[in-house]
Write a new protein. Structure first.
Lengths: 343, 343
């Protein structure tokens, strides 16, 4: 055993840590790098204790040069303070940490060139992989290709040629929510969200109505915000063909709709029922509690990290199934907090 | 001019970028490293364009060894999906990005040893600075001291000897909220939150009552969650000395209280008024809209980053003033969305 002088000025080396912990220098390295070989938990604890006592600080930069890994993934999202992305970010971090990786999460919204700039700035930091949640466009795909870094696209709804992508099945999720409102007897079901034929939630809403022989209800465009949903809710209320139920394409929009209905002194769900989309924690505590479509956040996060780590890259596109969470805003007289996948 | 062959296999060098952009090699370096010298925006744009065209990728690891900077800060929070921390994280990223830094944000909750482990794992990644939001304890302070990395504590409410710290003025914020309820005529004002003399919000609540000569209202303990607030709200409703107003120490708790009151068919604010704390975006869209105390998230985030970057470290403790946001749940008949710092 070497005696430890707490006043020593020489920095502790890996050999010192190995000696103190009574293991080989390689085991110290496996512990610090979380691999490539497995280290038994008790041994790992001994090494970490030695690192702590000796104040050892491996030089990550030197390590990076040697093993070619920074053990870091970059993540690009449009808005990390949006509850959906806050949840997704946390789930990604959990999945990454399990594998010894940390995340650099950056926000880039707006024009595709901004997002492309974000991708390049992550590449400058030599991340080992990137997860990009953005609407696909040429500048973004070029930036990904340029970097040469393995990338998985998140929140996609169609396959992108040659690029690995993951997404929630927005189309089926929306259709299931609308079928549930139809099951409640509604025949005038409005839509709040993005317009345009490309939107999968709008398509799901429309196709569910058509399949049931119900006329296409009124639509109000809204961005993905509470404010957007609020304005759209007010607009739907003011219409002659006011709907008796509203499907909103995000929980934030649905919360805005609820506010517009409360202010209009509309009974929810008696006069107008509401269903949201996302399954965010706050949807459970709206009044009334929001029936919504839960996105498979944890599953998507795990798959995203697994695919960055897989020995062989696959450019497959995977769709994850959503779950209808039935609460009260749809008209179901469920007890508080219970939710089950009813029709 | 060098001609650019898109099929070249040799990787572009800094010299190539300099030649293509018509600048010196040093200017390329200043652009990539965001310093140490300033680069005019037009020149910077030219260099970035050259980097893009040539697919140049500076070796961050080599750069790190040379300049001793990874341009990265580490952030530890208890739960990045909590709306308050999601907002704080976004604000920190904005402030860091302005200075050319990226953030590694990690979640560590629970025992102090876990948080200390998180601090050590950030140190292994050679971050240039750390921001730690955790309840101060010996393992955490030791871990910070061991790493030798400049660290600022976030969300603190008392000075910690020798460690730079920033926090919101929870005491004054809570007292102001309770004074507002007293101004509305309430004399039985309950408290939902952490109990114990150390809690600044509880102290603010209590001292405001004492100062007004009002008896200390009922207290219900609750963790920082919607579920915790819900249970506490139900408990307050069941008491003989049911309060006519409730101060909750977070917005999430206040939303849980609102739900308990709605389910109990209590008129809000007619029978029971509610005030929250945080100023999270979702508080604005509760029903009724929540009167709350806004935490100075952006100011605290800016100061945290500025202090990590300051030439000289200061171990000062700064308290940031909160703002009362008056909406409807307190009994003010404000039009929707208006908020002003009334008494």
């Amino acid at each position: 055993m070497t005696s430890i002088d707490p006043l020593q000025t020489r920095r502790a080396t890996r050999a010192d840590v190995a000696r103190y912990a009574g293991v080989s220098s390689a085991v110290v390295s496996y512990t610090v790098n979380s691999g490539p070989r497995h280290v038994a938990p008790a041994t790992r604890a001994r090494v970490l204790e030695a690192i702590r006592v000796l104040g050892y600080r491996p030089n990550a930069a030197a390590r990076t040069l040697k093993v070619g890994l920074t053990k870091m993934f970059g993540v690009i999202v449009p808005d990390s303070s949006n509850p959906f992305f806050a949840q997704l970010g946390h789930a990604l971090e959990d999945a990454a940490a399990t594998n010894g990786y940390a995340l650099i999460m950056v926000n880039f919204d707006g024009p595709p060139d901004d997002v492309a700039g974000g991708i390049r700035s992550l590449a400058l930091r030599q991340v080992d992989g990137m997860l990009v949640s953005a609407q696909v466009s040429l500048p973004i795909l070029s930036a990904i290709a340029e970097t040469g870094i393995r990338t998985v696209l998140l929140n996609q709804f169609v396959a992108v040629d040659g690029i690995p992508a993951i997404g929630p099945d927005l189309y089926q999720g929306a259709a299931e929510a609308v079928r549930h409102l139809i099951w409640h007897g509604h025949t005038r079901i409005g839509y709040v969200g993005e317009l345009g034929p490309g939107d999968q939630r709008q398509r799901g809403w429309r196709d569910a109505l058509v399949a049931a022989g119900i006329p296409i209800g009124p639509m109000e465009p809204a961005g993905y915000s509470r404010e957007g949903g609020y304005a759209a809710g007010q607009a739907l209320l003011a219409r002659d063909d006011r709907p008796t139920a509203i499907f909103a394409s995000s929980d934030m929009q649905a919360l805005g709709v609820l506010r517009a209905l409360h202010e209009g002194e509309i009974n929810i769900p008696g006069e107008i029922a509401v269903v949201g989309f996302d399954g965010s924690p706050e949807s459970e505590y709206s009044w009334p509690a929001l029936t919504t479509v839960r996105q498979p956040v944890t599953d998507m996060a795990r798959e995203a990290i697994d695919r960055l780590l897989a020995p062989v890259e696959s450019s497959e596109f995977t769709l994850h199934t959503t779950t209808l969470i039935v609460r009260q805003s749809c008209g179901c007289g469920m007890p508080p907090f219970a939710g089950s996948p009813l029709p």
